[in-house]
Write a protein of this length. Structure first.
Ligand code: SF4
Ligand code: SF4
Length: 355
């Protein structure tokens, strides 16, 4: 592991140089909010942005992704044959991704990269991407990453972690990919490991001390699944939900999708689109039967999946990195931290809904 000092005067020139080898992506302000976008020539990522409104999951897993195309024209020799659409898997680098969003890809990978099934689109794009993270020195009051298996200086899923030290950036090169990016940018001023590690440790402690929101998860794995499923609090939890799906669309760890064939005239495409467990159509069967036909079923599914089924299936924590987006953006203020407490406390004598 190497530590490199990047003078701020060399930041723009370094990115310009790196752009010869990587497509650069970073947080950019659009009207009132920041989102991740491909950077135009000489455009810089806005590293003052604490967190983007939408998570960067669409960089690896687009909201709509065409997978195959076909012709319905029977005069064509290859009619009704699915043909894979060519895609661009050129190297890309995401500059200024926050530790929670990078860790989220590790969680999501469990769905797209299994011993039985490997999603070629997700994996090829992920492998082609280098993640240049930025430590969070001023976390939001809705962030609860330190109790969600992450943290403001967490480096899992990152290739480089940058710390902003006012006059320069200190870069920790975590992987070979990360070193490759720093080399491509021409940043090579190595800093002694002891000195740099101390700076990281001090920054980490200061940043972690600023986190004021937490979620307890210690009992989730032990609680009986059926009993938790039948807990009386779900009705109250679901009451105000309007099933808008915002929480799932902004979440970096939600991965559900639907696949549809879209025809136009005699041609068509097979497209994968994000879907949401909060939508009634998500589970509607062709027969007309819907196993999750009420709001309670759908709301319970979202929280049981994130905080119980995932915990039981993978034994590696919750399916949440504590980014706080769903807390900030739910129009009716449903707060996963509160639901987490209800679930974690269930059966421990503290399982009422009194807020
Ligand atoms: S954002 Fe809030 S209201 Fe919308 S589906 Fe999610 S929990 Fe329900
Ligand atoms: S569930 Fe909410 S807090 Fe957790 S990762 Fe998703 S959007 Fe962030």
């Amino acid at each position: 592991m190497k530590f490199i000092k990047i003078e701020k005067e060399s930041w723009a020139a370094g990115l310009e140089k790196a752009s010869q080898s990587f497509r650069l992506i970073g947080p950019v302000k659009e009207e009132d909010f920041h989102n991740f976008k491909q950077l135009e020539k000489s455009e810089l990522p806005d590293l003052k942005c604490l967190n983007t409104r939408l998570s960067p999951k669409s960089l690896i897993y687009p909201q709509s992704e065409a997978m195959f195309e076909y012709s319905l024209d029977e005069s064509q020799e290859d009619h009704h044959i699915m043909k894979e659409i060519e895609k661009d898997y050129a190297p890309q680098a995401v500059i200024g991704i926050r530790p929670c969003d990078a860790k989220a890809f590790i969680l999501v990978r469990k769905n797209f990269d299994t011993p039985d099934y490997k999603d070629p689109y997700w994996l090829r794009t992920y492998e082609a991407t280098t993640f240049i993270g930025l430590a969070c020195d001023s976390p939001c009051n809705s962030c609860f990453c330190t109790t969600a298996g992450c943290g403001p200086y967490h480096d899992e899923g990152l290739d480089v972690l940058l710390v902003d030290s006012e006059e320069h950036y200190l870069a920790k090169a975590i992987t070979e990919k990360g070193e490759g990016f720093l080399n491509a940018a021409g940043w090579d001023a190595e800093v002694k490991k002891d000195k740099a590690s101390n700076q990281f440790e001090t920054g980490k402690k200061t940043a972690e001390d600023k986190i004021t929101a937490f979620v307890n998860t210690d009992r989730l794995g032990k609680i009986n699944t059926i009993e938790l499923y039948n807990a009386p609090f779900w009705e109250e939890v679901a009451f105000s939900c309007i099933n808008c799906g915002t929480c799932t669309y902004v979440c970096p760890t939600c991965w559900c999708f639907d696949i549809q064939d879209e025809n136009r005239g005699s041609t068509g495409m097979r497209i994968r689109n994000w879907d949401s467990c909060m939508f009634p159509l998500f589970t509607l069967h062709g027969s007309g039967h819907n196993p999750r036909d009420t709001k309670i079923h759908r709301v319970r599914q979202r929280f049981m999946h994130k905080l119980k089924y995932y915990v039981d299936k993978y034994d590696s924590g919750i399916q949440c990195v504590g980014c706080g987006r769903c807390v900030r953006l739910c129009p009716v203020n449903i707060d996963i931290r509160r639901i987490g407490e209800l679930m974690n406390n269930y059966g421990a004598g503290k399982d009422t809904c009194a807020a």
